[in-house]
Design a protein around this ligand. Structure first.
Ligand SMILES: [Zn+2]
Length: 142
């Protein structure tokens, strides 16, 4: 099993990653990235630091460490933005690298009654200053 995949933007950390995410902070076995789409303010992705397709491919210890990092990141999101609920989405079909989207939701959100839209047609993109403010708020709680 390979732990690095040439065509994976989480492994290569290439321009496609930068087009979609901004580095927030490394954690224990994962890295937190801010989603450039801020439809849900504070939305991040927690990305395992090596390539596996599925959580069951991790050892028990690695799996615990990864989900501890997910919980730690979600706690920081909660402390910074006080969402009514956080949804967690683990996908692996378009990018087969274990990562969890941590999506805070407010009861005033238009999609409150649904889970959330992963790639909205009209993403909420912010200024660099606004991204920096969100990242600073997250880092203060990590
Ligand atoms: Zn990868």
């Amino acid at each position: 099993m390979t732990r690095y995949q040439e065509d994976c933007f989480y492994c290569t950390r290439n321009a496609k990653l930068a087009a979609n995410y901004i580095l927030v902070a490394p954690l224990h076995v994962a890295t937190v990235y801010l989603s450039r789409d801020q439809t849900h303010r504070g939305r991040v992705a927690v990305v395992l630091n090596w390539h596996v397709d599925e959580p069951y491919q991790l050892t028990e210890t690695e799996r615990h460490e990864f989900y501890d990092d997910v919980a730690h990141a979600a706690h920081a999101v909660a402390q910074a933005f006080h969402p009514a609920k956080i949804n967690y989405a683990t996908y692996g079909d378009t990018v087969s690298h274990l990562h969890v989207h941590v999506v805070p939701k407010q009861t005033t959100d238009a999609d409150w009654d649904d889970a959330f839209v992963n790639n909205p047609a009209n993403p909420v993109l912010l200024s660099d200053t606004s991204y920096r403010e969100i990242i600073d708020a997250l880092r203060a709680n990590l």
